[in-house]
Ligand binder design. Structure first.
Ligand SMILES: Nc1ncnc2c1ncn2[C@@H]1O[C@H](COP(=O)(O)OP(=O)(O)O)[C@@H](O)[C@H]1O
Ligand SMILES: CC(C)(COP(=O)(O)O)[C@@H](O)C(=O)NCCC(=O)O
Ligand SMILES: [K+]
Length: 279
């Protein structure tokens, strides 16, 4: 079994993948804490022959996790943001400073779709661009839905946005504090992603396929106007591409990859942008 780990600022996600059949056998998530120790809520390490890790948590969390895993598992791969990988050149002045989850998403997106706009809706919402040809431009970081809500301190932190609500509902003016907050932060997040996408496609003169991942991907997706696909395993896709271990991975097939969305024509993106500038 292969254990893939995606340690985010809020949640540490894991999945067990069968190395022979490439099937995902189980998955789970635990809060990202000081330490990551075996317990009821994490997988049985006895069946694991290799681990792949993407972590943006504090250095000590990663060190502790890697230390623990190396004592139990033969192969431990830790992903790093590099200057170049798999045909993608990192747009950061200091490539190592780019969050490795963003780098994994960009690499997976590029492998799947060529140029892409990779959006990760987690603790933060990050939007990264890779052009056809592999130039990563850099990206944008805004607070995620939960962080935005918590920063307001209006006593609404425990009332989450219902992930099954329709976007139209979530974009209406709120008539109670909790609604005003939820609709406000939702509007802020989706407007930002829509605008960033159109601005960058316009500047670069290319309509890129958009891919969404992260804990809030589904709800953010409802408010995104351009064609896009949700890919829950996008960060894992980057790990598969960087450290291929199964036959399917070596052949470049990333598990759970969606169909590549066809972007709308550039004229439409420009018209939407021109319209939003008038407002
Ligand atoms: N069951 C859940 N538990 C915690 N957060 C959730 C859950 N479902 C959705 N979320 C949302 O997902 C975010 C965490 O998403 P995730 O992509 O795992 O973040 P990170 O990678 O930063 O840890 C939370 O901030 C919250 O808004
Ligand atoms: C921007 C992030 C906090 C997003 O992390 P997440 O929301 O997935 O937990 C993470 O990618 C990070 O710590 N990045 C380092 C700073 C940078 O990318 O510029
Ligand atoms: K994120």
């Amino acid at each position: 079994m292969i254990l893939d780990l995606d340690i985010g600022n809020t949640l540490s996600k894991w999945r067990l993948k069968d190395a022979d059949s490439s099937e995902i056998r189980s998955r789970g998530a635990v809060w990202t804490r000081e330490e990551w120790r075996p317990g009821a809520d994490i997988p049985d390490l006895d069946v694991v022959e290799a681990v792949r890790i993407s972590s943006v948590a504090r250095k000590a969390v990663l060190q502790e996790t890697v230390g623990l895993l190396r004592r139990r598992v033969g192969t431990v791969h830790v992903a790093r943001s590099t200057h170049e990988a798999l045909g993608v050149s990192n747009g950061y002045e200091e490539p190592g400073k780019l969050g490795v989850d963003r780098w994994m998403g960009a690499l997976a997106g590029y492998q799947l779709a060529g140029g892409c706009c990779a959006v990760d809706c987690g603790s933060a919402i990050t939007v990264d661009f890779v052009l056809p040809g592999g130039r990563h431009l850099g990206g944008y970081i805004i607070p995620g839905l939960r962080l935005m809500k918590e920063s307001l301190k209006l006593g609404t932190r425990n009332v989450a946005i219902d992930p099954d609500s329709e976007a139209e509902e979530l974009l209406e003016p709120g008539r109670r504090t909790v609604e005003a907050v939820n609709h406000g932060i939702y509007m802020a997040a989706v407007s930002a992603v829509n605008r960033i996408y159109s601005e960058v496609c316009d500047q670069q003169d290319v309509a890129l396929p958009m891919l969404l991942t992260g804990g809030d991907a589904r709800v953010v997706s409802r408010g995104i106007q351009v064609p896009h696909a949700v890919w829950p395993d996008m960060v894992y896709g980057g790990l598969e591409a960087c450290f291929p271990l199964t036959a399917a991975e070596r052949a470049g097939r990333l598990s759970g990859a969606p169909r590549v969305p066809s972007p709308v024509a550039m004229e439409k993106i420009r018209a939407a942008l021109a319209f939003s500038m008038l407002l």
